[in-house]
Design a binder for this molecule. Sequence first.
Ligand code: IMP
Ligand code: MG
Length: 188
Amino acid sequence: MPENNDTIQEKDIVRLKDKVFRLSFSEEFILTAVQCVADRMNQELRNKNPLFLGMLNGAFIYAADLMRRITIPAEISFVKFASYSGTSSTGCTEQLIGLRENLNGRTVVVVEDIVDSGYTMQQFTKYLHAHGVGEIYISTLLHKPHATKYPVRLDYVAMEIPNDFIVGYGLDYEGYGRNLRGIYTLVE
Ligand code: IMP
Ligand code: MG
């Protein structure tokens, strides 16, 4: 039998590099929110044969949990479009990599980890429109409504959170913390 290491991750406090984070949302809570989003998608996107596009790196866990709750015909692919380092948005987007699918006329569901300023999603939406996408739905695990600088229509938001820096469930602080099962907030 493998040893159960869960206790290390289930503690309420984690240290990543020079910072301390406290548990805000348990895995169970998150998965309930993900199921609600999947239920809506299974209703609203049936007969649309959607192409889910997961935004790497942060959305890899959300995409995996969401996709396994999708019961309608759907494809998934991943792209990388980074705009963030450290604990504040740099505002400068890097190159988009990984997109090989023909998007012409497709229903695309963007799967993002978190919408902060909205810059990444606004840029990506423009890109998708320029590449002939039929219709775009944006799904984000987390939304910080008070951080909005670049408004964008969000169709599926699993959880709204305050304007704090968080890690876990795919999200990182300088590369660490993505493997945490819950979501943790920076302790100032
Ligand atoms: P935006 O372009 O300002 O909306 O930032 C979106 C991206 O910034 C997300 O895809 C995340 O990768 C990253 N990000 C924003 N807020 C946080 C946070 O609190 N923790 C970790 N990453 C974040
Ligand atoms: Mg991201």
